[in-house]
Design a protein. Structure first.
Length: 119
């Protein structure tokens, strides 16, 4: 059974930092690309960062230079280091992966962790 569990969210002032963690289980973690998404109230879910199984990374324009995604394959963990946080970063952050089962692809989500940036 595939499970993704986020943690590390919270309340932070503008300019502050948070580190989100996602614990993964139930699949071959090292073989899969991992992503962080976020969804703010009233907005669509947006892709924040991707890390491939080959450790290539990619970021949304709004977080480039401030956020960093990383992974630890030995621990089946993916992280999102968020620096210089802004009020517009306030959202629920979700861990995500896409798995192929035969000829069908399935997307999996964690339960999300709330990040609130406010003074």
């Amino acid at each position: 059974q595939v499970k993704l569990g986020e943690s590390g969210g919270g309340f932070v002032q503008p300019g502050g930092s948070l580190r989100l963690s996602c614990a993964a289980s139930g699949f071959i973690f090292s073989s899969c690309d991992m992503r962080w998404y976020r969804q703010a109230p009233g907005k669509e879910r947006e892709l924040v960062a991707t890390i491939t199984r080959d450790l290539f990374t990619n970021y949304g324009d709004s977080v480039k230079g401030r956020f960093a995604i990383s992974r630890d394959n030995a621990k089946n963990m993916v992280y999102l280091q968020m620096n210089n946080l802004k009020p517009e970063d306030t959202a629920v952050y979700y861990c995500n992966t896409l798995l192929r089962e035969g000829t069908v692809y399935y997307t999996y989500w964690g339960q999300g962790t709330q990040v609130t940036v406010s003074s």
